[in-house]
Design a protein around this ligand. Structure first.
Ligand SMILES: C[S@@+](CC[C@H](N)C(=O)[O-])C[C@H]1O[C@@H](n2cnc3c(N)ncnc32)[C@H](O)[C@@H]1O
Length: 204
């Protein structure tokens, strides 16, 4: 069993990379993300924004749950080329998922925003700029590797680090940084997820 099978047991789906190779994405289904939102606000989110939407699986799930769902990704995955991914094409064609960098986007206005790994593509300099983009959301949920994950995986001989540089820091560093950038934040051990509420926008 891989480390991510244990850390993210709720959602694992195949996708085609830009070179056509097949990989698996580990994530948290929108139904579970909505529970984190609901435990804070006492109601379901009506809108969802996936920052780093990849092929669009979570935008698809949120749409099927009746949410106003949108997303962005810096990279365009070749969903048109594969029968199994045809259901995602409409989100790109309609502009619900846009190909852009979060750093170049207007701040999304949404109840629930989600970053799966995306924040670790930042540097210590660009991370505050990315976090500012979430000042208008009800809640930001973020999952990604932390220093603790790297060490825990190493104990069973797994190497989680990527070829390209990524921002890997301890859980407490992330909580401190979210706080310093204007969020009330916590780490949910059950989901292995950070959740953060912009301090100036607790309006839901
Ligand atoms: C692990 S995938 C998450 C896929 C999907 N959200 C899920 O949870 O199943 C992370 C995605 O973030 C995208 N990404 C990385 N940096 C980004 C940035 N600066 N702006 C937008 N997307 C970015 C990557 O291209 C990648 O597709």
């Amino acid at each position: 069993m891989f480390y991510y099978d244990i850390k993210y047991p709720y959602l694992r789906y195949p996708f085609h990379e830009t070179d056509g190779s097949v990989w698996f994405m580990y994530s948290i289904p929108v139904t579970e993300l909505a529970k984190i939102y609901q435990s804070y606000y006492g109601k379901m989110p009506k809108s969802f924004f996936d920052c780093g939407a990849a092929i669009g699986e979570l935008v698809h799930q949120a749409t099927n749950l009746g949410m106003d769902a949108r997303g962005i990704d810096i990279k365009k995955y070749p969903v048109e080329k594969f029968e199994s991914e045809q259901k995602y094409v409409k989100y790109f064609q309609s502009g619900r998922i846009k190909i852009t960098n979060i750093l170049d986007c207007p701040p999304p206005i949404t109840d629930l925003a989600y970053c799966n790994g995306t924040l670790t593509y930042m540097t210590e300099t660009t991370l505050p700029m990315a976090l500012q983009k979430f000042k208008n959301v009800g809640m930001l949920v973020a999952i990604h590797n932390t220093s603790e994950d790297i060490l825990n995986a190493q104990k069973t001989g797994e190497e989680l680090l990527h070829a390209e540089p990524r921002l890997i820091r301890p859980i407490n560093w992330w909580l401190y940084t979210l706080n310093k950038n204007g969020f009330d934040a916590d780490f949910d051990k059950k989901y292995g997820a950070f959740w953060a509420i912009p301090r100036n926008n607790k309006t839901r």
